[in-house]
Design a protein around this ligand. Structure first.
Ligand code: ASP
Length: 463
């Protein structure tokens, strides 16, 4: 007999079906045992006469029975399957379950983070978390649909690569075949997505894993996911308008309510004056309660800033004392290209960067890129790089820019953040199936961990 999903039992009144899932709860009334059976689609009440009393909660079972309409006085309108129940004829136990180390029938917020992440596979069974995982999958699907309507093509880029600067330290990976040489894990697919524009892909997207060795905060691990995209032959306005359409379609398709159907555009310095920050919340108190989404664009950021000497990555990037505010691959706005090329008025150069904010968070950032090699070179010169260092760092980009690279630009949207905003949660960790602990240890599996002498030797590493 084929398996029926819980939610589909509604269409099977009078039929014999086979269900599989977990015992969500059990009530023993002597001769009669009631079970709420849970699978990925929901929960249904199942009744056994003189059977099933041995079962415990979270046991994995298979039930065969007849779907019956409940009598009027037994209807439960709090349950989507509250109009029916399964009269169990036979059952088998697929796996037992010991006493759970953490409760899963609450929202879980009362449990400490260590325990939740150690037993994340149980934590994810709780209704609140299962809902978030599904929301994330649905949102990704809606993004894909909208992107395809806009002729975007999904392309994957390497994880073992060369450093690409996003203002953090790199995670590096030793190469067994090249003693003393290392790969870097991508801080973003920035350079590859630009090279895909050289390749003629014209419109690229990817749900990209980005890995940055940044100082940890309660809410931030080393890995996160961006919806990364890039487009050719477009102006800043055209990119912003395409992205806005894609974001609106995706978030409204999963139930998001927009404050404004056209996202307001605000200058960086105006935002600082008005809201004291470049991330701000445009919602009224009522809109906050209603879970409204208030998106806005921020534009006209300064290209460069003075290096913060307490930030090691900035010190490394900005050898001259100047470093980029957002992205070294950006172009200045057209009016400032001359200053940029001549490396003058550095503090006044404005980058063709746009950030997307929502409800007080930055949910995306992108720019029109330099596709003229002289502009990219000037960016690194301003940051104090020698010709040799520029060649070593981005020589491949400069070369591609001399081989028919079209004008292009793009953005990366923070998927983890968007999911959290849509789910009405506060911690980014709640949108990630297996996030890190606040001290940078992996969920469930205990990494980082030691490796054997033999592995180290093969990698030519001495500790
Ligand atoms: N690569 C940038 C980032 O990760 C986003 C972009 O400019 O497309 O922030």
């Amino acid at each position: 007999m084929k398996r029926t999903y819980v939610i589909d039992t509604l269409k099977e009144i009078g039929n014999t079906v086979k269900l599989q899932g977990w015992v969500d709860s059990k009530r023993d009334h002597g001769k009669v045992t009631f079970i709420d059976l849970r699978d990925t689609t929901g929960v249904v009440q199942c009744v056994g006469v003189k059977i099933m009393s041995e079962l415990g909660t979270e046991w994995v079972v298979e039930l065969v029975g007849v779907v019956k309409a409940r009598p009027d006085n037994m209807l439960n309108d709090l349950m989507p399957t509250g109009t029916i129940e399964l009269e169990v004829l036979e059952y088998s136990v697929l796996n037992k379950c010991k006493e759970l180390p953490i409760p899963i029938n609450t929202d879980g917020k009362e449990i400490n983070e260590e325990s939740r992440l150690k037993y994340r596979y149980l934590d994810l069974r709780r209704q609140r978390m299962a809902k978030i995982i599904k929301l994330r999958s649905k949102l990704n699907g809606e993004f894909r649909k909208a992107l395809e309507e806009h002729r975007f093509i999904e392309v994957e880029t390497p994880m073992l690569t060369k450093s690409t600067k996003e203002g953090a330290r790199d995670f590096i990976v030793p190469s067994r075949h090249n003693p003393g040489k290392f790969y870097a894990l991508p801080q973003s697919p920035q350079q590859y997505k630009q090279l895909l524009m050289t390749a003629g892909v014209e419109r690229y997207f990817q749900f990209a894993r980005c890995i940055r060795d940044e100082d940890l905060r309660a809410d931030r691990g080393y890995e996160f996911t961006q919806l990364d995209l890039e487009m050719s032959f477009v102006s800043q306005e055209e990119i912003m308008s395409a992205v806005e359409d894609i974001v609106k379609k995706a978030v409204t398709s999963v139930g998001g309510k927009l404050k404004e159907s056209t996202f307001p555009v605000i200058n960086y310095y105006d935002a600082l004056n008005k809201y004291g920050a470049d991330k701000f919340d445009l919602r009224t108190d009522t809109e906050k309660k209603e879970g409204v989404l208030a998106f806005a664009w921020v534009i006209n950021f300064p290209f460069f800033k003075k290096v913060d000497t307490s930030d090691a990555a900035e010190v490394q990037d900005g050898k001259s004392g100047w470093t980029f505010t957002h992205n070294p691959f950006s172009s200045p706005i057209p009016e400032h290209v001359e200053w940029h090329l001549q490396q003058k008025n550095i503090d006044k150069i404005v980058t063709a960067q746009y950030d997307l904010v929502c409800n007080g968070y930055e949910v995306g950032g992108g720019s029109v890129r330099a596709h003229n090699p002289e502009i990219l070179k000037a960016t690194f010169k301003i940051m104090g790089y020698s010709d040799a260092e520029i060649h070593e760092g981005v020589g491949h980009m400069l070369e591609a820019f001399e081989l028919g690279t079209p004008p292009h630009g793009g953005i990366a949207l923070g998927v983890d953040r968007l999911v959290i905003i849509l789910a009405g949660e506060d911690s980014l960790k709640e949108s990630i199936a297996f996030p890190m602990t606040s001290s940078g240890r992996t969920a469930v599996m205990d990494a980082p961990s030691e490796v054997s002498e033999k592995q180290l030797k093969e990698l030519h590493i001495k500790l």
